[in-house]
Each structure stands twice: as structure tokens, then as C-alpha cells.
Ligand binder design. Structure first.
Ligand SMILES: *Cc1c(COP(=O)(O)O)cnc(C)c1O
Length: 378
């Protein structure tokens, strides 16, 4: 499975989830939850707490927005792909006053343009954006964007669903006020857990009356989770799995994981380009490589051939549906996995009629992997 979520779950994680389900109002659960939340804080690199919700990543997006924002609040939304559009949809449901800043899909959001847009709306409460845009493979420059906005009134809320664990993310250092993520991407768990962490400024917004969230009310979760519990019944088995997954991540080291994801993704991209594919992303991130197949080759046929041979890659989303392939090495992958993925895709492209020499993608992948990777260049 080479998809940008869900990713393959390591056996250590599967085994941890096979443990008996413990009751969640017990000292044993409180101890487990405390260990997991500490490890999460060390993954988000925030001094405060990380809240754990039962739900997919989108639950945390909606929870963050519904907890902190109120009907009529102005927000600026950076949109350059399907997940940026998701913020727009959530904001519309919450009846926020939305000012979208759109960028062509495949391009990175322009920090200067975003900052201008926020300055032009002095009442804007927040800027909502995606860190790693999984529909195009683009990594937006969250650090540069927060630097442009520093000192302003607007808070920054980032969807870090496919950046957490896979690329450099330092919300406390950069000044990101709300960060959300999910379990089934670089955290190598099954789908079903969502995470959110908020700055003090974000909690101040949340204290205003008029909040509409009930199940997704992060203020209620904050109170419960401080006492080692959750407001509602937690996904206990997934939390057991998450403990094992975070242990794997931290035994490798967060920075090593970021570097590995960058290196493998660079090799994947080089290989796909050598096979005649055209990458969409003009600022390649680590979640996936999104490519147009060579001219005349149908993306759907390539995906179907691979599926028939036991390999799963992802299709395009939204306006790129049916046009592209998305291939990901998020999670626990190594050099050989990158090459294996390339060998499979190359075979599929040839079977679907692409005139590419056998071995072209694999050779380019090995060449990219042989290049020295700059230390700390995540
Ligand atoms: C996967 C993903 C989400 C969450 O999607 P769910 O289906 O709710 O897990 C959100 N944002 C990005 C960028 C993603 O890749």
C-alpha cells in the first residue's frame, strides 16, 4: 500500500491493539493516556497538551474551528488543493465570513500574498491553511507564513494531517496557534484518532460564548483530558496502538523520520519523472508525489492494473480526479520500498502502453537515493 493515508500499520502497532480493552475510567487508562499525550506533545513539539479525539483528521479540523470561532467571525483561508477547500467547507458550515486566498493547484501558497490578505481584513480572527496539501503533494511554507503574520491579531490554524511526523513541524517555535492531525498518516496507526493542540491565544478565542460544538468541543475535552480521561468514551484500542506507533517514531527520532520521508519522496519523484510522468507539485512535500501519467495513458487504468497485482496507490481528488496518480511512502518505509513502488508503477505504465524503457524509473530512483542527503535539511 503506497497511499497517502491510510498507510500500512506496523505489526508492533497491530499487536498492541490486540490487548484487552480496558475501562476508560480507571487508573490504568489514565496512566496509558498520560504516556500517550506526553509522547504526542513531543511529536507536535508543543509545550502544552495535545487533545485526542475519536474520529478521522477532519474531526479535529472541525473541532478546532467550531471551538475557537463563532458565527460571523472573519477568517482568511489559504486554498491550493482539496484540503484547503475542506477548510472552506467547514468555515461555511460554521457561518464564518470567509475570505479565500486561492493559488493554482500544485503551487505553494505565497506567504506575502497571504499576509497582505490578512492585513486587508483587520477583523480577521484566523488564517486557516493546510501545511502539507495531500491532493497535490505540495508542502506549504508554514514557517515563512507565520513569520509574515507575526505580531498581528489573526491566529494561524494549520491542518498538519500529513506533515506531522513526516516533515519539519515546529508550531510552538513558529507561532502556529492551532494544529490538527490524524492517526492514519505518518503516525502509522489505523484511521480513527484525531489530534488537536491549541495555543493560549486560541484558548482565549474559545472562551467566548456562543460555541456550537458538543461532541467536538475541545474545551470540554481539555478539562476531561487534564484528569486523564476523555469527555466521551475514547477509542481505547487505537490509543494502545498509538502508544506503540509513537514508540517506533521516537526510537527512530523525529528528525530522522523527517529526513527519511524527504529522501524517499525525492527518490520516488525522480523515478516517476524518469518514467515520463509529470509531477504536479512545485514545492514537493513528503506526503505523496502527485503526477500526471505520460501522455495518452489513463490514470485509472494504471491504478486498476496495480490493484489487480496487489499494489494500492491513490487517485486524484477534486478537480484532479481521474487525471493523476498519487504515490506515498509515508509511515514505515525504507529505500527498498521506494524502489519496489517504482518497479511496480513502471510495470503498470508499460502494461498500459507507455513507451518507457524497462528499469528507467528504478534506475533513477537508485540514483536519487545514492545522493548524499543534507543533514538537517528537512
Ligand atoms: C487525510 C487528510 C485529512 C483528513 O482526512 P480524513 O479523511 O478525515 O482523515 C486532512 N487534511 C489532509 C491534508 C489530509 O491529507
Amino acid at each position: 500500500m503506497y497511499t497517502p493515508g491510510p498507510v500500512e500499520v506496523p505489526p508492533e502497532v497491530l499487536l498492541a491493539m490486540a490487548r484487552p480493552v480496558i475501562h476508560h475510567r480507571t487508573p490504568a487508562f489514565a496512566a496509558l493516556f498520560d504516556r500517550v499525550r506526553r509522547a504526542l506533545a513531543g511529536t507536535f513539539l508543543v509545550p502544552g497538551e495535545v487533545l485526542v479525539l475519536a474520529g478521522s483528521g477532519t474531526a479535529a479540523m472541525e473541532a478546532l474551528a467550531a471551538t475557537c470561532l463563532r458565527e460571523g467571525d472573519e477568517v482568511v483561508v489559504g486554498v491550493a488543493g482539496r484540503f484547503g477547500e475542506r477548510w472552506l467547507e467547514i468555515a461555511a458550515r460554521l457561518r464564518l465570513r470567509v475570505h479565500p486566498v486561492e493559488e493554482e493547484w500544485g503551487r505553494a501558497l505565497d506567504p506575502g500574498r497571504l499576509a497582505e490578505a490578512v492585513k486587508a481584513k483587520p477583523k480577521a480572527r484566523a488564517l486557516l491553511l493546510t501545511h502539507s496539501e495531500t491532493s497535490t503533494g505540495v508542502l506549504h511554507d508554514l514557517e515563512a507564513i507565520t513569520r509574515e503574520l507575526a505580531g498581528g491579531e489573526a491566529l494561524v490554524f494549520a491542518d498538519a494531517v500529513t506533515s506531522l511526523g513526516a516533515t519539519e513541524l515546529k508550531p510552538a517555535l513558529w507561532g502556529v496557534d492551532g494544529v490538527v492531525s490524524g492517526s492514519q498518516k505518518a503516525l502509522m496507526c489505523p484511521p480513527g484518532l484525531a489530534f488537536a493542540t491549541l495555543s493560549e491565544r486560541a484558548w482565549e478565542l474559545a472562551r467566548r460564548p456562543g460555541g456550537r460544538a458538543f461532541y467536538l468541543d475541545l474545551a470540554a475535552e481539555r478539562e476531561a483530558q487534564a484528569d486523564g480521561a476523555t469527555a466521551f468514551t475514547p477509542a481505547v484500542s487505537l490509543i494502545h496502538g498509538l502508544e506503540a506507533a509513537l514508540a517506533l517514531l521516537h526510537s527512530e527520532g523525529l528528525e530522522s523520520s523527517w529526513n527519511r520521508h524527504h529522501r524517499l519522496t525525492a527518490a520516488l519523484r525522480a523515478g516517476l519523472e524518469a518514467a515520463g510522468c509529470q509531477a504536479i507539485s512545485q514545492r514537493q512535500g513528503t506526503a505523496c508525489v502527485a503526477v500526471k501519467p505520460p501522455p495518452g495513458i489513463a490514470a485509472g487504468a494504471v491504478i486498476a492494473w496495480l490493484r489487480d497485482h496487489g499494489v494500492t496507490i491513490a487517485a486524484g481528488q477534486g478537480r484532479l480526479a481521474g487525471q493523476i496518480l498519487r504515490v506515498s511512502l509515508m509511515g514505515r518505509h525504507d529505500d527498498l520500498d521506494a524502489i519496489t513502488a517504482l518497479a511496480a508503477i513502471e510495470a503498470a505504465l508499460r502494461e498500459c502502453g507507455a513507451a518507457i524503457p524497462r528499469g528507467a524509473a528504478v534506475a533513477a530512483g537508485w540514483t536519487a537515493l545514492a545522493e548524499p542527503w543534507p543533514v538537517g535539511a528537512a
